[in-house]
Each structure stands twice: as structure tokens, then as C-alpha cells.
Design a protein around this ligand. Sequence first.
Ligand SMILES: Nc1ncnc2c1ncn2[C@@H]1O[C@H](COP(=O)(O)OP(=O)(O)OP(=O)(O)O)[C@@H](O)[C@H]1O
Length: 237
Amino acid sequence: MSDVLLDVRGLVVRYGKATAVDGVSFTLAAGEVLALNGPSGCGKSSTALAVLQLRRPDRGEVRFEGRRLTGLTERELRRVRPRLQPVFQDPYGSLSPRHRVRDAVAEPLKAQGRWDPSEGPARVAELLDRVGLDPSYGDRLPHELSGGQCQRAGIARALASDPRLLVLDEPVSSLDPSIRAGVLNLLADLRDDLGLGYLFICHDRAVVRHFADRVIEMRDGRVTSEWSPRPPDAALR
Ligand SMILES: Nc1ncnc2c1ncn2[C@@H]1O[C@H](COP(=O)(O)OP(=O)(O)OP(=O)(O)O)[C@@H](O)[C@H]1O
């Protein structure tokens, strides 16, 4: 596969004696949406956490942009983390309740030493606009946003780091069905415009069928099958 962004080999995650992820392997290309699908408890979120190195795997290898993350120290990981960003299910949980949206989106720029006081506010406004939020929403606190708006703000915050890969763990599952489509369309546009890769964790087969390029089915911590909702060249027709 050309331009492999993520290469996961023989991933194992254990919680005590229980094995949650049992030898999972896959690759993900730049610009690709790869879904992990399967019933509750099959190991999707544990795989996502291990890819992000938020939970160090017990065995196996995670390579991102050719670099072996599993061998890196926390200090070395800090330099890579901006390029692989998580978006979690609970939109309110990913933003601090006391910080205005504007500050939440600016924070990664500041933390990474990329904040320029003369251009930073315009960059934040541009990011909010990019996710379909009027920049005036920057003044609000997370609880003053709807679930969908809050998830958009979380995506703007993730984009502030200029990522190459988003790990999306059930990003629309907590949203009203009526606003899910809007957030999925936004994610599809961002993928097309920015060439991002998505590791898309989702238990809902209808959503996966609609959104993913490739689907990995998991059960009891293992990959059971892989399928494609449409032919690889469907977008060209
Ligand atoms: N922190 C933890 N401590 C102990 N066991 C855990 C922990 N997190 C997950 N597990 C267990 O590991 C297994 C895999 O869980 P995981 O959350 O990865 O699956 P999942 O497919 O994402 O499920 P869900 O959609 O319900 O989150 C389950 O049996 C779960 O109970």
C-alpha cells in the first residue's frame, strides 16, 4: 500500500490476566478511513489507546510515519503526538469545562510553541470556521454548546496541531441522529481537503458502511475479517 501512515503489528493489550487485544495487525494509508467495528468489549478502544500510546501495549509494534512509537520514551513521544490526535466519544469530556472554546483551540498552538500573538487569534477563528462554527462561538464555555457544536470544537482543537492521523473513538455515537450526519460530513470534507488518515472506531455498522473505505471486524480481541463498503476506485467514477 502506498504512503503507509500507520502500521500496527501483533498488538497485545492486557488488563491484569485478561487479554483485551490479542495480536491485532493492520495498516492505514494517508487519506484513508479505516474502521474498527465489532461488538462492545471486543477491544476497539483498547486498540485505539495503544495506537495513541496512551496505553502502552504489552506486545507488538506501532509504526507511525515510519517511526516505531512503541520504542519511544514519553519525552520523544511528546514530539510525535501532535501528528496523531484523538477525538473521543464524549465531546464535553475532551474540553475543559472552565476554558472558553477559543482558549481550548489555542492551547495546542501555545503548548507546541507555535503561538504568535499577532496571528494566533485569526488562526483560531479560521479553525472554528473550518469546522462549521461561527468564530463568535470562541467566547463560549463548552456547556454553552450543543453536543454537535462541542464535538466540532474538539475537532478544531485536534486540527490546531496539524495532525496527519485522527483516531476517532465513537465520535458521533453520543450525538443525536439528526446531527450525526453533519459531523460525519465535516470529517469527510476534512479528510478530502487535508489528506488526513482516520482510524475510526465505531460499533454501528450502518455508519461504518457509509463512512469507511475499509473495515476491520474484531471479536474477542482479534481481527476476524476485513471488508470494503465500496470498490477502492468508487470515488473516481
Ligand atoms: N481499564 C480497564 N481495565 C480492565 N479491563 C478493561 C479496561 N478497559 C477495557 N477493559 C476490558 O477490555 C475488553 C475490551 O474493552 P474495549 O473497551 O477495548 O472494547 P470496545 O470494543 O471498545 O468496547 P466498547 O465499545 O464497549 O468500549 C473488555 O472486556 C473490557 O471490559
